[in-house]
Design a protein. Sequence first.
Length: 211
Amino acid sequence: MQHSTIDILRRIAAAIAAQFGSNCEVVVYDLTLEDPENMIVILENGHVSKRSIKAGPSHVVLEAMKEDKKDIPDHYNYLTKTHDGRILRSSTIYIKNEEGKPIGIFAINYDLTDIMMAQSIVNALAQPGGLDEPERIPTNVNELLDDLLDQSIKLIGKPVAMMNKEDKVKAIRFLNDAGAMLITKSGDKIAKHFGISKYTLYSYLDTSAQQ
């Protein structure tokens, strides 16, 4: 993104963080940068999700980085969860170029944990419709990949030891669609997780692409 755009977003992020206090995290990703693990360019109140400026991508970042992704709708007022179980109310705004492709992400995460302890306001403040369980916010790429691997296991509905080739192809297709292969050296960890070689992993990726 242009420096002028980042400067404006930096000022907006600072204003939101100041307005809503230390429970409000604001993070901006620059998707035009080449390294997906160093895309955070603005971070206010990073202690909310326990992230640093070097935290790496989140699920929404990997989704937005896909080459065929255009006109992704903004996502407001949904629940997320930190690695230590704190519940956040989040909103994600995609910054797009003239073709509608995301070039940046502006995200707001507000820590609701203390508020949720007051049962009388749980329904009013912490239960947007359509979500059964908050999505965890990873603090680094290893946690993100672990989350995606867990999701692939849940998708298949059986442990890796009981999976056949078709199951593994389906799980690996999910990981590829979720952007897991964009993470540096993810192939080694994915192959080890499913008890296959890297050659077999890429063979399964080719198989899934043809289905």
